[in-house]
Design a protein. Structure first.
Length: 230
């Protein structure tokens, strides 16, 4: 269990529910306050699933409660790089609220299973934990959706994606994963901490799609191109 603060991580004021890590005022200020495209993350002015550009390419559905650039990014990064999970609970709750809203609006169907993005065994040994698995496990318990990850493995010890260009990210992820034949699920949600260009998710999604399984992506924050937020 993470050691949780008795003050908000952002404003440092005392909070009623310390287990949440971030007070409701700060959290609300950092969550999306406008509709976003479920494909590219573009800011939109009406609540719908995809922007006009994404309607032409049928992209992966990517669901996040907030932008990585709007205040909560450092706490998402702290999970991966510092093993600091104080904000995990409030961010998963915010993601669940977003998922329920989109489901009620008919923009997505809830999956039958959750799948966390796996780490290569060497990276897992170095880090000691997989933050994507911890997020997926939290979501699984709260949503009562099974967590299924045993048959998806990372077979290529890739370079860290941070700092790479879009093309470099694509090449880095190429043939990085392997998926054994799965039970006949129709819908899965792939869970990660943050989505930037989405190359990791796309590479994994292709493996599931070959087995005629629909994939959507859930993450705690989306690091979209800043120009898409204008």
């Amino acid at each position: 269990m993470p050691i949780l603060p008795n003050r908000c991580l952002m404003c440092h004021q005392g909070i009623v529910f310390p287990q949440k890590g971030v007070c409701s005022v700060c959290l609300d200020a950092c969550l999306y306050s406008y509709p976003v495209c479920l494909g590219c993350g573009r800011k939109m002015y009406v609540e719908t699933d995809f922007c006009g550009a994404c309607l032409n390419i049928s992209p992966l559905i990517i669901v996040a409660p907030c932008s990585y650039h709007q205040g909560l990014g450092p706490f998402v990064a702290a999970m991966k790089y510092q093993a600091q999970f104080a904000a995990l609970d409030c961010l998963t709750d915010a993601l669940i609220t977003r998922l329920i809203f989109l489901s009620e609006q008919g923009f997505l169907r809830m999956p039958q299973v959750l799948v966390s993005v796996p780490l290569h065994r060497q990276r897992l040994r170095q880090r000691g934990f997989n933050q994507a698995w911890m997020i997926a496990s939290n979501l699984s318990k709260k949503l009562n959706i099974p967590l299924f990850s045993q048959k998806l493995v990372r077979i290529k010890h890739t370079q860290a994606q941070a700092g790479l260009s879009g093309k470099q990210r694509r090449l880095n992820m190429k043939h990085a994963f392997e998926l054994e034949p799965t039970p006949q699920f129709q819908r899965v949600a792939l869970v990660d901490d943050v989505v930037t260009t989405g190359e990791t998710a796309k590479e994994i999604a292709r493996l599931f799609q070959r087995q005629h399984i629909h994939v959507q992506v859930w993450c705690l924050a989306r690091a979209e191109a800043p120009k898409l937020m204008e």
